[in-house]
Write a protein that binds this ligand. Structure first.
Ligand code: PMP
Length: 299
């Protein structure tokens, strides 16, 4: 399993130094290990059309890391600019062009439930294919809801929140599906375990409004691209019944990029993926991240 993420020569950034991943060590008494009290990000770098490596929306990702850390009171000792330049160095030291970056901000030993006074930062990278694969997904409505925003800062990317994601994903796989869809605490469509959701009905796109979901950077990009292509997008409370009468649907996220759905529970989407708005946006997204000249939207 380790080999998938790092090898003997892999270098990561850890608290001010670039070190071999295989040699990096941490403390088992970390407050993050025991309570899930840590912050992370998921970011992709692409080899663009010009041959340069570009981290897609690096500013937005590191701003969200900062906002997430602030939301739960974990100190962050780096500026967004520093984090971006460290990230480029992690990529270049490993010779990566197309890669996934994983910053993790975690806490020192502390068994109390007081907020952290200090933190550690690691930024690792590995080459990672599309997280949910390239095939249309069979999605199951989860019996697990997303965390109630009155119980968690749901807009923050906190490690502990992902126990909910792991349970939902596992449940869907155990039932023979590819992925889960979670509803929010009010019963409206929320998001996947690690991706936001859009669906198409009569030429319009619908997506859950902010409030109960992680404000995805890919979601925001898809909305921009849709505006650019003249596709109307409605951000609103979405009923599961509406999704089950939709023409097509897709997940989007940094790791998953844009991936269409075949079905939700026993409802199969009638519009062939290649004729869907999601397909157009999948293509536009790919062009944008690769900085292909045909695209008019700025990264
Ligand atoms: N929702 C959840 C729960 C996620 O984990 C992710 C992945 N970060 C997303 C949505 C999509 O966010 P982004 O587009 O910023 O990767």
């Amino acid at each position: 399993m380790n080999d998938m993420y790092y090898g003997e020569q892999t270098v990561l950034f850890f608290d001010g130094q670039f070190v071999k991943a295989a040699d990096a060590k941490t403390d088992l008494y970390s407050q993050s290990m025991h309570y899930g009290y840590a912050i992370f990000e998921g970011i992709r770098a692409y080899e663009t059309e010009s041959g340069e490596v570009a981290i897609f929306k690096a500013d937005a990702h590191y701003q969200r890391l900062k906002d997430s850390a602030d939301a739960v009171g974990i100190p962050l000792a780096y500026t967004v600019e520093e984090l971006i330049s460290i990230s480029y160095e992690v990529l270049s030291r490993n010779g990566f062009k197309n890669a996934y970056l994983r910053p993790l901000l975690f806490c020192p030993p502390n068994m109390s439930l007081q907020k952290a006074k200090a933190s550690h930062l690691m930024i690792a990278a590995w080459e990672w294919g599309a997280y949910l694969g390239e095939q249309l997904l069979r999605v199951m409505t989860s019996s697990f809801q997303r965390p109630n925003p009155k119980a968690f800062k749901v807009h923050a990317k906190v490690s502990g929140h992902y126990v909910n994601s792991i349970m939902a994903c596992q449940e869907a796989k155990d039932h023979g599906y590819d992925e889960a869809l979670l509803l929010d605490a009010n019963g409206f469509v929320a998001e996947g375990p690690g991706a936001n959701v859009f669906f198409e009905k009569d030429g319009q796109l619908f997506t859950p409004a902010l409030g109960n979901i992680l404000p995805g950077i890919t979601r925001a990009t898809i909305i921009e691209l849709a505006n650019d292509l003249g596709i109307p997008v409605v951000e609103t409370d979405c009923k599961l019944e509406a999704l089950k009468q939709a023409d097509s649907a897709f997940f989007c996220g940094t790791a998953a990029e844009v991936i269409g759905w075949k079905s939700i529970d026993d409802y199969a989407f009638p519009t062939p993926w290649h004729q869907s708005l999601g397909f157009q946006l999948q293509k536009a997204y790919k062009e944008l991240v690769l900085e292909k000249q045909s695209n008019t939207v700025q990264a």
